[in-house]
Design a protein around this ligand. Structure first.
Ligand code: PLP
Length: 418
């Protein structure tokens, strides 16, 4: 197994992403900075295309994994569609040059205003998650003189065997419509003016390392599709969601070929177009968080490396106890010590990594790996910390795709009392 999980990251004396040295990025743009590899995200996208092997399919990149316009632009140029969960994400897709007619809109709480925006943009499909949402959507569509194309997101009640916070396909959670209720909902939808039934969707969870549950979910969905055909309802697409896992530490995730094999076997010979909604697996290992050590603080029980990135920049360790590999940008040939890598925020949960063996000095740069997905999109301004800069590397080039926030930006919309 390679020593770290990120493709296009290498260098013997100092780390490079593609052809650019990370220390040069730190010098030019400062720290903390998210750094992405265009080659890595392109490879991940091509991996899915390879797995789909000529089948009629659209890859709808899940925008919530990383919604920077530069990232969305890169995926749009590869031909991707987009899976969105808010009107704001739709505006980002359009601003990035994405095609709204390749957008599917997921989420349990779509507002009437979001529906209007999506209808006016002529998105491909609303993934409807409740009977009430269907009625509201029909009403909004009729009011605006448009037709909403819909799929129901059904809950196949398959256990994806992942973290409970990121499992979404079990009966017990808030997502999707119950499998047994779907048939009646489709009949209702087919009868509603303003609604055009076009597909079916499911998404069972995230960071899935075993391909079997996705295949089981597809098989469950297919029984419903066949039932609907008998009811006279024909679908144009089957959306099997996202969720393929990546390597953070010592996981052994499947390739896109292996992950999709059971799904493609289940759907072999079907006429419907296949839609996929991958997020993490397209961008997670295409990005890292570059940070500088401010202080080394020896403790009685353990040592701390206090860095200039924090839980407001990368929330996953604090939120899910998630593991991110940490590696010095320019390794030292010295004995290592065990450190917790922590930020400056006033919370004990403010750690990025715990118990790591590192040979480092104050002032050294660290790379927090596999941070491309659910990193910057979950960042906040807690402690009035400006959010990090973002840089996209493309071969020997680097593009600043988000300038570091300034403190004045953070309170620009606030005011003192009259
Ligand atoms: C979050 C989400 C995805 C993407 O999940 P990943 O694990 O990042 O692939 C896809 N579809 C829906 C509906 C989602 O909520």
């Amino acid at each position: 197994m390679s020593p770290h999980p990120m493709p296009h990251l290498g260098g013997s004396t100092t780390l490079r992403l593609e052809s650019v040295e990370l220390k040069a990025i730190a010098e030019q743009f400062g720290t903390p900075t998210y750094v992405y590899s265009r080659a890595a995200l392109t490879d991940a996208y091509r991996g899915y295309e390879h797995a789909l092997n000529g089948r009629r399919a659209t890859l709808c990149y899940a925008v919530k994994a990383n919604s920077n316009l530069g990232i969305l632009d890169a995926f749009a140029r590869l031909g991707a569609g987009f899976d969105i969960v808010s009107g704001g994400e739709l505006q980002r897709v359009i601003a990035a040059g994405g095609d709204p007619r390749k957008v599917v809109f997921s989420g349990v709480g779509k507002t009437a205003a979001e529906m209007q925006l999506a209808l006016a943009s002529d998105i491909r499909c609303f993934n409807v998650e409740s009977a009430e949402e269907l009625e509201r959507l029909a009403q909004v569509a009729r009011h605006s003189g448009r037709t909403a194309r819909i799929a129901f997101r059904v809950n196949p009640d398959v256990d994806p065997k992942t973290h409970p916070y990121i499992s979404t396909g079990l009966k017990s959670n808030k997502f999707g419509v119950a499998f047994d209720a779907a048939r009646n909902l489709y009949r209702r939808a087919a009868s509603l003016p303003g609604i055009e039934v076009c597909g079916i969707a499911s998404h069972i969870g995230s960071q899935l390392l075993d391909p079997a549950p996705a295949g089981e979910a597809a098989a469950r969905v297919l029984t419903l599709v066949e039932q609907l055909t008998r009811d006279g309802i024909r679908l144009q697409h089957i959306d099997i969601g996202g969720g393929m896992g990546i390597r953070y530490n010592d996981e052994a995730p499947p390739s896109a070929d292996d992950y999709l094999a059971p799904v493609l076997a289940v759907l072999a010979g079907r006429e419907e177009e296949i839609l996929l909604e991958p997020g993490r697996s397209l961008i997670g290992n295409a990005g890292l968080l570059l940070t500088r050590i401010e202080y080394l603080k020896p403790g009685e029980e353990k040592h701390f490396a206090i860095v200039d990135a924090a839980m407001n920049d990368l929330a996953r360790p604090a939120l899910y106890d998630a593991y991110h590999a940490v590696t010095p940008v320019t390794p030292r040939n010295e004995p290592a010590q065990t450190y917790d890598v922590v930020g400056p925020i006033c919370e004990s949960g403010d750690f990025l990594a715990r118990g790591r063996s590192l040979a480092v000095h104050a002032g050294d740069l660290l790379a927090i790996l596999s941070a491309g997905a659910y990193g910057m999109t979950m960042a906040s301004n807690y402690n009035t910390r400006p959010r990090a800069a973002e840089v996209m590397i493309d071969g020997t080039q680097c593009h600043l795709i988000r300038a570091r926030e300034r403190v004045e930006d953070l309170y620009a919309a606030e005011s003192r009392l009259p």
